[in-house]
Ligand binder design. Sequence first.
Ligand code: AMP
Length: 511
Amino acid sequence: MNILERIKELAGTQGERIAIQGSGEALTYMELEEYSNRLAAWIYRNYGQSKTPVIVYGHKNPYMIVCFLACVKAGRAYCPQDISIPMSRVNETIESVEPELIFAVEGELEAFGRPLVGMEKIREIARSFPESDNGNRQVTGGDNYYIIFTSGSTGKPKGVQITLDCLNHYLEWSVELGGGSGEKRGAHFLNQAPFSFDLSVMDLYTCLACGGTLYTMEKELQSDYNAMYSFMERADIQVWVSTPSFADVCLSDRKFNRELLPNLKTFLFCGEVLTTATAQRLTERFPGAKIINTYGPTESTVAVTEVEITKELLERTVREGKSLPVGYEKPNTWIEIWDENGQSLPEGEQGEIVIIGNTVSPGYYRRPDLTEKAFTVCNRNGDDWRAYRTGDAGYQKNGLLYYNGRIDLQVKLHGYRIEIEDIENNMARLPQIRHAVVVPTIKEGKVNSLTAFVTGEISGKSTNEFAREVKKELKELLPSYMIPKKIKYIDEIPMTNHGKADRKYLGGLVS
Ligand code: AMP
C-alpha cells in the first residue's frame, strides 16, 4: 500500500482523528483526504495533465499538506518553499521549476508573473469543488513525488527529485524505526523542521503512515522557551523528530525533561552529528526514552542508516573517546566506502560514503550535469540500483557506519545544509565585495558558526559599518542561517602555493 492509499484507508477507519495540527488549524484524516481530492480535481480541471511541479509556499499550516497531497493526486510533484527563504532565492527556484501554478498558503509571496492561488481560494476549493471531477492522474511509482531544493555550490539552490517509489521504500523502513510501528501507531509526532527540508519528511509521512497526529511548531515559538514548552506539553509529544541542534537548544533549559513530556518514547535524529554530550544529557533527562541516530542526505530520501544509542553503546563510545556511529544500512541499501577512483575500500578504511539502493533519487531537477557528477548506477545482487556519492567521509566497523566530516566544502550549521561556495558566490554578487572566503568555526566536533573574510571597497566606512551593511544586503539573497556571524574586512586574501584561497590559514584565525 502506498502512502496515498494509506491516508485514504485511515480516512475510512479513523476519519475523525486529527491528522495535523498547527498555526491555529487542525485537519482530520477525513478532511485531509477529501480536501486534497477536491484540490487535485481542481488542479486537473484547470491545468490538465502536465507533470510540471507545483510550488507550495508557506510555513506550518496544515493546508500545506492538503496542497502537497493534492499535487501528487493530480499527477505532479510539489516543491515546498518556506516563508523564511528570501524572495530572490524563491524566485531562483521558481525560475528553475517554471511552475504553471503556485499555492501560497502563508506569508507574502510575489507571484513573479505566475498564477498564484492564495489561502482563501485554497480553502474554498478544498471545501466545495466537486470531488468526482478528479482526473485520477495520481503520480505513479517512478514519478517525482516531491522536489526539495538544497544549497548548491554555484550559489543557486539545486532541486533533489524524490519519486513515489523512493518515498514508499523509505516509509516501509521508517515506520519500523525505534521499536517498530506498534509503538508509533496513533502517536503524537513533533514537526520542528520546515517542510522545505527533507527532515520534515521523517515526521510528516511517518506520522501519517502510522495514523498519528502531527504537531507542527512554528518558527516563532522556537525562540521563546515558555511558549515552546507549553506547546510541546499540550501536544503531549511521543515521537520526537529534529536535528540534534534543536534538542541542544531545548536541553539548555532545565524544564526540558520527563516531567514536561511524560509520554515521550522515541527521539529520532538526523541531519548532523549527534554528540555523546547531547545523547548523555537526553538519557539523563528522559530515562527510558529511545534515542535513534539516523544518517542520510536529501538525495537518498531522508535517511538510510539507523542505530539505537543504548546506554551501553554510549558508555563504550565515551570510554573509547570516539564519535557515535550513524547506523546500520536499511534493507535494499548498500553503504560502501569508496576511494577517489570509485573503488570500494575494505572495512575500517576511510573514504567517501556512497549510498546504493532503492531510495536513491533519480537526480537533480533539470540539471543533468550535476546529476552525472554525483549519481551513478551500480549492479548489486544481479540488479541495477542508483548510487549517490555523498561527499561525506566515513568508515565502517562491524556493519556500523561512522561519519567523519566532509571531503568538500559543505557544512551543517545548526542542522542546516550549506555549501560554503553558495555563500561566497552570493557575497561576491554584492558590489562592494571583491573576494569572500567563508570558514567555519568548529566546537565539540560540530560547526558552530561561520566567519567571512572579505576584500573589496570599504569607502571610508569603519569595518563594523561595512560588516553591518554587508549583512543587511545579504539578507535579500540568503536565508538568515547562511549569513556569516562575523564579517572580517582584510586587505588581501592569503593564497596557498597552488593559488587557492588559504582556507586552512584563515580557519586558524577563527578557531
Ligand atoms: P541533508 O540533505 O540536509 O539531509 O544533509 C545531508 C548531510 O547531513 C549528509 O550528507 C551529512 O553530511 C549530514 N548528516 C546527515 N545525517 C547525519 C548524522 N547522523 N551524523 C552526521 N552527519 C549527518
